[in-house]
Design a protein around this ligand. Structure first.
Ligand code: SF4
Ligand code: SF4
Length: 144
């Protein structure tokens, strides 16, 4: 029997992150754009260089709270975890932004829709420090 596995992005070790944001730039480049505005992975300082960086990625939840609060079913479940956005159904209410427990629903100001990880793993190849990796949903847990 063929068992389909879907990947999710996980953080291997937060302490390895140097805050270069190469992953963020890579994510935005998926849209053939420069800058950071459309990135769906976010890196920010934890407050002071010694404390390191906070890496925010979608966990690919098995019961996504972002999907549950969407009034128009614009977010559909991606088996076995995570969501896929149907932009044409989105009414820009931002409920999903508030509902995500880890703050992984960002907002694409240009199109006025949520920006959520599509689990492609493009960013992984641009992290020189091995901070992130793609992993089948359900395998292991990252330190969050
Ligand atoms: S902003 Fe769009 S995707 Fe998010 S909850 Fe509202 S309608 Fe659904
Ligand atoms: S965006 Fe947030 S709530 Fe939605 S699947 Fe990802 S981590 Fe879960």
């Amino acid at each position: 029997m063929l068992i389909l596995k879907a990947n999710r992005l996980v953080v291997v070790d937060y302490d390895l992150c140097v805050g270069c944001q190469c992953c963020m730039f890579a994510c935005t480049r998926r849209f053939a754009e420069a800058g950071l505005s459309r990135s769906t992975i976010h890196i920010k300082s934890a407050g002071g260089f010694e404390r390191g960086f906070v890496v925010t990625v979608c966990k690919a939840c098995s019961e996504p709270p972002c999907m549950k609060v969407c009034p128009t079913d614009a977010l559909v479940f991606r088996k076995p975890g995570g969501v896929t956005l149907i932009p044409s159904k989105c009414i820009m209410c931002k409920n999903c932004v508030d509902a995500c427990t880890v703050g992984a629903v960002f907002w694409d100001e240009e199109v006025n829709k949520p920006a959520i990880c599509v689990y492609c793993g493009y960013c992984v190849g641009y992290c020189a420090y091995g901070v992130i990796k793609l992993q089948p949903v359900g395998e292991g847990e990252d330190r969050r």
